[in-house]
Design a binder for this molecule. Structure first.
Ligand code: ZN
Length: 362
């Protein structure tokens, strides 16, 4: 085994691999095409000739990543992210399905617990929620037209997230001087009014980098898709805001797995304030794009109302996510003793089957 393989295996063991889908080759081809269509031209546009090698994964971690081994760059796409966003888009596609958000978040919570090796907790949660994905057995979830429509939406969100990551890659490896560039300084200036409103919050370099990556990736996504999308303006705009909301939920659930983290009292004031500022930055970026392309007032007004509706929805989603984490921590922790008779190995075996993971034969 060479050094590359050792590192890649280490990375995989950290992320916990899911079983490949039935048509794994088709999925690989699909993502090779997405990579060629989205990431390569974006990097080329920023004078990067040598495009990193694509590493396609299906893991519990879900988030994209990049790394360097020797002088070789790798870009990680984890296509389980697509499934996460797809389910949330389905759930929000009709008021009738909205209650399933609890199911989707419990599933996410158990995955994050397993990633943190909380075997007893995760096993107990799996054993107590065996019907959590039954809503996917319905005709509406499996309808071909629904699938196409939801895939179009989810693809846009995925494009935004992958380009955001590609932008971090630009910062870290190819263009270390970007923070001195004119574009970065202009964005920093533009953010000042937003920051003023939240002056109690500590704004650091990382925050500016996140906003710059959002700005770059959204602008590029808009240039490539705004004039060709079949979605209505409202649906199209709200997708970007909803992406950020659900990335925050994912990160929140990751932090909830740390024993030292106490989600009891708040959803972290600082993080929510930073989140609001990133939402305002998304709004400003969309607004600037529309203005630059002479879009009429009616469309601009639609953007504004979508933005405010998305903030309300975010507050509602965060409160649900907070309640779910509190409720699970209390109830599941009280039930763990019911499974004392099982060995750790038994529990892992159960979880691996439940979450459709690659069997590690521990
Ligand atoms: Zn980022």
């Amino acid at each position: 085994m060479n050094k590359d393989e050792v590192f890649i295996n280490y990375l995989l063991s950290n992320r916990i691999r899911k079983l490949p889908p039935a048509h794994a080759n088709d999925v690989y081809q699909l993502y090779a095409d997405k990579y060629k269509k989205w990431i390569s031209p974006f990097l080329n546009k920023h004078n990067i000739e040598e495009i990193p090698q694509l590493l396609l994964l299906n893991t519990l971690k879900k988030t994209p990543d990049f790394f360097i081994i020797g002088n070789k760059n790798f870009f990680v796409i984890d296509y389980s992210m697509h499934r996460y966003f797809y389910d949330i888009n389905y759930i929000f596609s009709d008021n009738e399905f909205n209650e399933y958000i609890v199911n989707a978040y419990i599933k996410l919570y158990m995955e994050k617990a397993y990633l943190k090796e909380r075997i007893d907790f995760c096993h107990c949660l799996c054993a107590n929620t065996t019907d959590i994905e039954d809503y996917k057995l319905t005709n509406s979830y499996r309808n071909d037209d629904t699938i196409q429509y939801l895939c179009d939406k989810t693809d846009l969100q995925e494009m935004f997230l992958l380009l955001h990551e590609a932008c971090h890659l630009l910062f870290c490896t190819f263009d270390k001087n970007v923070k001195e560039s004119e574009g970065f300084q202009v964005l920093k200036d533009n953010l000042q009014p937003i920051i003023k409103i939240n002056e109690a919050v500590n704004v650091d370099d990382e925050f500016y980098e996140e906003c710059y990556c959002d700005y770059k990736s959204i602008f590029y996504t808009l240039e490539e898709t705004y004039f060709s999308t079949k979605l209505s303006n409202e649906e199209y705009f709200s997708l970007f805001f909803l992406t950020l909301v659900n990335v925050y939920v994912l990160q929140f659930f990751e932090r909830c797995q740390n024993k030292s983290y106490n989600a009891q009292y708040n959803f972290e004031y600082d993080r929510i304030a930073l989140f609001s500022m990133r939402m305002a930055n998304l709004h400003a970026t969309l607004f600037n794009f529309l203005s630059a392309h002479n879009q009429n007032d009616e469309i601009i007004n639609k953007l504004t109302s979508v933005y405010y509706a998305s903030l309300d929805r975010a507050a509602d989603i965060f409160s649900k996510a907070h309640q779910i984490s509190q409720c699970l921590e209390e109830e599941i922790s009280n039930s763990i003793s019911e499974y004392e008779h099982l060995t750790r190995k038994d529990k892992i075996y159960y979880i691996e089957n439940y979450l459709l993971l690659v069997n590690m034969n521990i």
